[in-house]
Each structure stands twice: as C-alpha cells, then as structure tokens.
Write a protein that binds this ligand. Structure first.
Ligand SMILES: Cc1ncc(C[n+]2csc(CCOP(=O)(O)OP(=O)(O)O)c2C)c(N)n1
Ligand SMILES: [Mg+2]
Length: 274
C-alpha cells in the first residue's frame, strides 16, 4: 500500500473512531487521531503479523503502551480482519463487551493489556530479549506517548534496550507535545527526545511529520536496515489530527463530542477521504 492509500485508510478509520466514541460516550479522541497514522502504517506493510498468524512464534510483536488510544487500535485491527468492525462499533465500552476502554488481550492480535502508562516498553524489552535468546527473527514494536515519558520505568527500559543491544526493538514516541492536563513541557518537560535517546545509546529517527505515512514508512524501513542498536522513532504528530477544533487542544484528550461537534467533525473527516 502506498503512502496516499495509507493516509486515506487512516482517515477512514478516524471516522470509525469518531463513531465509536460518540456512540459509547467515552474515549480518548485526541490521542487516537494522533497515533492512527502510525498504527495504520504498522499494520498495513511494516509488521509481519496477520489474523492468520496471531499465535505464530515468529510473528512480530506489538504493544500499544499508550493504551488509552485503544479506539484507534481496535479500528486498525478490525480493518485488517482480526475481528469484525461491527463488533467493535456495536459494543465498544458496553457492559460485557471485550472491547473495553483499554487494550484487552482476550481479543485476537492484542499481545498485552495496557493502560497504566510506563509498562509497555519494559515488557517490549523482555519480548525483544526473548527473541535474541530464542534465536528468532521477529521484531518488537512499542508505541509510547510523550506524556508517558514522565514514567521512570520507561527510562530504565531505554537503558536496558541499549545494554542488551536489542536491534530488534523499535520504540515509537508519539510526540504530540500534549498530555492529559496540558503541554508536556509544562507538566514534565522532555525537551529534545531524540537527543536524549541518542545519549541512551539508541539509533534515532526524528520524523518531522508523524501523521505522514510517507515519512513514517521511510523511518520504519531505516529501522529494518540498521543493526546493532535498538531503534527509536520520534514522530512529531498533532494530537487530534484531522479535525480543526479537536487538534492541538489538551481539553480534547478525553472529551466526547456533542451532536453538533460530532456532525462537524464527521463532515471534516469525510472531506479528507473524498
Ligand atoms: C500510570 C498512569 N498514570 C496516569 C494515567 C492517566 N493518564 C491517561 S492518559 C494520560 C496522558 C498521557 O499523555 P501522552 O502519553 O502524551 O498520550 P497522548 O498525548 O498520546 O494521548 C494520563 C496521565 C495512566 N493511564 N497511567
Ligand atoms: Mg502526548
């Protein structure tokens, strides 16, 4: 799939995410729209995983460490055929549904339950180290939020990843400059994340537009070609990307659109897909 097709797919999936959140009356729309281009690329060309290979020991592993962006994750997995889209859209966040408000590993294709920030990368390090010990070729992809970088466990994992030379580990930081309560640099400054990770011994690609599949695909390709160090992609994204009044607003981290906002957002997103 080329970059244009991936962007169209991501925007179509934004429409499903909007529907799911509006109908359920809950969800994290800002982080979903920030990360959905990254997830769309990973599951449509980058990672070696499919609905037929969810139990294959050689499959690539994926962990959504910023688990609150689960609506984007469910939409991308449904689109790839891991489960029916209607099951997600029809039951999301309802009593008894497996489609709960954070990733649920009872669903096919979900490796790890996440939501408590700061745990995905440490587990990803373990998965990548296991591949090395078992002499397997699979890669491990972990997506983190930039607010999540305030968790100390993340930095222990960055250190361990370099220590063990885990070049089969790819950490993607969704660098949208916002977290739940405001700008990341006001809440807990991360500064130049790429520079920090280089000092930690990681191979780093700074992606200027982390909502552009063309730039993301190039970065993922680079990671596959380089050996010796773990890889980090610092993806400079826009939180809420795709809807004018949602993007770059901390208040939309966990805000649910009312009817008027839903209709306006839907109109804007449909305009993007054409
Ligand atoms: C350990 C932990 N502390 C607090 C929270 C509450 N929380 C949920 S999302 C969030 C902000 C995350 O910001 P960021 O990682 O930047 O995500 P994004 O901007 O991509 O939505 C917080 C603090 C949590 N889920 N886990
Ligand atoms: Mg953020």
């Amino acid at each position: 799939m080329n970059a244009k097709q991936l962007k169209d797919k991501a925007n179509t999936l934004r429409i499903h995410v909007l529907d799911a959140i509006y109908q359920a009356g809950t969800g994290h729309i800002g982080g979903d729209f920030s990360v959905i281009d990254i997830l769309t690329c990973l599951y449509n060309g980058v990672m070696n995983v499919s609905p037929e290979t969810v139990d294959d020991p050689d499959r690539d592993r994926f962990v959504l460490s910023k688990g609150h962006s689960v609506e984007a994750f469910y939409a991308v997995l449904a689109d790839r055929g891991f489960f029916p889209m209607e099951d997600f859209l029809g039951t999301f966040s309802k009593l008894g549904s497996k489609f709960i408000g954070h990733p649920n590993n009872e669903l096919p294709g979900i490796e790890m339950n996440t939501g408590s920030l700061g745990h995905g990368l440490p587990v990803g390090v373990g998965m990548a180290l296991a591949a090395k010990l078992d002499k397997k070729d699979y890669r491990v992809y972990v997506v983190l939020g930039d607010g999540e970088l305030a968790e100390g466990s993340v930095w222990e994992a960055f250190q361990a990843g370099a220590h063990f030379g885990l070049d089969n580990l790819i950490a993607v930081v969704d660098r949208n400059m916002l977290q739940i309560s405001g700008n990341t640099e006001d809440v807990m400054a991360s500064g130049n994340v790429a520079d920090k990770l280089r000092v930690y011994g990681w191979d780093v690609v700074d992606v200027q537009d982390g909502n552009d599949p063309a730039q993301l695909l190039k970065a993922f390709e680079h990671c596959k070609e380089r050996a010796g160090k773990p890889h980090a992609i610092v993806a400079h994204t826009i939180k809420g990307c795709g809807v004018s009044f949602i993007q770059n607003q901390a208040g939309w981290h966990h805000h649910v659109p009312n009817k008027e906002q839903y209709e306006k957002a839907m109109q804007e997103l449909k305009g993007l897909v054409k």
